[in-house]
Design a protein around this ligand. Structure first.
Ligand code: GCB
Length: 647
């Protein structure tokens, strides 16, 4: 029986070695305050200069990191290179009235001074770490003119320990300089190309453009919070948990890594949501047993979704001269994820994804982290009856993942592998960077119960011959990093010769029938969509998610009978897809994610009327007619598929 099958699997799990192996040195725990850790946010206004020099290199030639950007000794004769105030976090593109800055390509420079608490400097037993939540795309960081780190990739955090640097000149304020470059090349993720226009009768000297094969504005700047935090010199560097359960007993397998030398004692205490003691353990690895476990359930699948325990890790380390004490508390949810040929199981119950695709995108701030926007979006999603979303097309802020954990919103966690269309982007340099991005993504997000699947790419040109080796390597690598979650990449309907298909655990397909093809012909959707599903299932024998479908609608535009771009057409198109979903739902079809939650900005082009209008909400988060259609459907689906099924 299925039950016996899972009992055997669980036993094997207990006996197996720890599933998560991480090749990166060092952890990337989300900075949290505790009795032994402090956090100082550096959000607000920073000084900012874009390097508009023809080779975009003046900042390096003149060593802008050696002094304040605001200092008058810096030349001001280049096009964009005047110092202005820039909010952090935010994309810089839409902050000013200057189209040169909106469309800028190259290095921009940020700096600010920070007053560091005296104790952080005087106490040699304290580590001070500078952390950037994310900056797009390539960053170099200096402290008081000295380089402390570099990072490639726009949507993941990076940090540097700066304790000894700030102790050198303790009386001086500490100046942090961050240079950020948004240029995309064939080897970046996402890829892009820089094209010089050499026809001097049509373009001025040195004219170039950034080409990209993806459908969102390449927002840039410091997108997530920048902060300083402290840990003791000997500290909890990383924690990994894997969870399971047997009947009423929850099982948490944990591993803690400590950095800073010395022998140490680790005490692990698990508390429930109300702060009551549940279980404890000692040592750097072990299994915690949770009697009468409260499992982590998705929103609308249980009356008490998103249940989180807290795992407090307490460290005492002794050297000849001093004692160090550290404490880090990790929220965790106990749940399992399994995939069969036809189903996606959370806690052994079939889970049906009814949700959205999102973007980190809004007016003025671009992709910049913004609490009011995040909370509004969660309220809208819960109003809609959304139980899941995909982080299309890049990793989202950790604070968003934490909200998903607490609210029980299930996530498909996608890396920035979008727009891989040029055959040169399947080479070794691209692949090895892609593997590093997966390492960083899994390291950051491995402990989130909301994350149930990794997506390694969106719509790559997977019919190209090198795609097979590329995706086989990438998917096997990701599975080796994390044996507890399925892996997918998102494909397009039309590329039926999908080389990576055999390696994915779940088939995620995007399609735009009656939109990009057979324009205006809603009547073809039932035939094309069901044929398409049948073909994919026959070919791969994996459960299928409709990972994108939709139509642009200009809010307020109406036509009946429906025509493309009206609210009626968007509604009718969704409805025609839904009819097919409902036929396949009890077979192998396991979820539907609308494209898109909200309208979002794109590059300028004849297919986009100030951005992509496939949102069911406007960019300002007001509903189009489709939001009400979807709300009705999602709540009905929640009642039909989301209830707790008896064993
Ligand atoms: C897609 C892409 C998405 C686009 C969408 C569209 O297939 O994955 O990034 O925005 O289609 O609207 O064309």
């Amino acid at each position: 029986s299925l039950r016996g099958h899972f009992a055997v699997l669980r036993l094997l799990w207990l006996l197996s070695v720890f599933g998560t192996v991480l090749p990166l040195d060092g952890g990337m725990l989300f900075p949290r305050e505790s009795s032994f850790r402090e956090v100082k946010e550096l959000n607000g206004l920073w000084d900012f200069r874009a390097d508009g020099s023809p080779n975009r290199n003046e900042g390096f030639e003149k060593a802008w990191h050696k002094r304040q950007l605001a200092e008058p000794t810096v030349d001001r004769d280049t096009t964009v290179a005047y110092m202005i105030e820039m909010p952090v976090p935010a994309s810089y593109n839409d902050i000013t009235q200057d189209p040169t800055l909106r469309d800028f390509i190259g290095w921009v420079w940020y700096d600010r001074e920070v007053a560091v608490p005296a104790r952080w400097i005087s106490d040699q037993g304290t580590r001070v770490v500078l952390r950037v939540g994310s900056a797009h795309y390539y960053s170099i960081v200096w402290v008081n003119g000295e380089k402390v780190t570099e990072h490639e990739g726009g949507h993941l955090p990076f940090e540097a320990e700066i304790s000894s640097l700030i102790r050198r000149e303790p009386m001086k304020p500490c100046r942090i300089t961050i240079a950020v470059n948004n240029t995309l090349t064939l080897e970046t993720l996402p890829p892009g190309t820089i094209q010089y226009m050499n026809d001097s009768s049509r373009y001025p000297d040195g004219f170039f453009v950034q080409n990209m094969d993806f459908d969102f504005f390449n927002y840039a700047g410091i997108h997530r919070p920048v902060l300083l935090y402290t840990t003791p010199k000997v500290y909890v560097d990383d924690i990994t948990v894997e969870t399971n359960f047997m009947d009423n007993t929850g099982l948490i397998r944990y591993k803690v890594s400590v950095q800073g030398g010395f022998s140490n004692t680790l005490n692990i205490t698990l508390m429930d949501k109300d702060g009551h003691f549940v279980a404890s353990s000692n040592g750097s690895s072990g299994v915690l047993r949770v009697v009468d476990v409260k499992l982590w359930w998705p929103y609308l699948m249980h009356e008490n979704p998103g249940y989180l325990y807290s795992m407090k890790v307490h460290l005492i380390a002794v050297s000849e001269t001093s004692t160090y004490e550290d404490e880090y508390t990790l929220p965790l949810g106990i749940r399992t994820v399994n995939v069969t040929n036809t189903q996606f199981l959370i806690n052994n119950k079939p889970f049906y994804f009814h949700g959205v695709n999102k973007h980190e995108d809004a007016d003025i701030r671009g992709r910049g982290f913004d609490w009011p926007l995040i909370v509004k979006d969660f309220n809208l999603m819960k109003w809609l009856g959304v139980n899941s979303f995909r982080t299309s097309h890049y990793p989202y802020a950790e604070e968003i993942l934490q909200m998903c954990d607490r609210h029980g919103i299930v996530l498909i966690d996608e890396c920035p592998g979008v727009g891989i269309k040029d055959i040169r982007s399947f080479g070794n340099a691209s692949l090895s960077h892609h593997l590093v991005v997966m390492d960083e993504l899994v390291r950051r997000d491995k402990n989130h119960p909301s994350v149930v699947m990794w997506s390694v790419a969106n719509e790559p040109a997977s019919e190209m011959p090198p795609a097979e080796f590329y995706f086989k390597t990438l998917i096997e690598h990701t599975k080796a990093l994390d044996q507890t979650r399925p892996v997918t990449y998102v494909t397009i309907a039309e590329a039926d010769m999908d080389k990576g298909g055999p390696y994915v655990d779940v088939v995620c397909v995007n399609s735009y029938f009656a939109w990009y093809f057979d324009q205006g012909r809603l009547d073809i959707v039932p035939l094309q969509l069901s044929t398409h599903f049948e073909n994919w299932y026959r070919k791969y024998q994996r459960p299928i998610i409709q990972s994108e479908y939709g139509a642009d609608a200009v809010p307020g535009l109406h036509m009946d009978p429906p025509m493309m771009f009206t609210e009626e057409y968007q509604n009718a198109l969704l409805q025609s897809y839904h009819d097919v979903f409902d036929q396949k739902r009890n077979q192998y079809f396991i979820g539907e994610l609308i494209w898109n939650f909200a309208d979002f900005m794109t590059a300028q082009g004849i297919y986009r009327v100030v951005g992509n209008k496939k949102g069911i909400f406007t960019r300002q988060r007001q509903p189009k007619a489709a939001a009400f259609l979807l709300r009705k459907r999602y709540w009905r689906l929640a009642n039909e598929t989301g209830r707790l099924l008896p064993d």
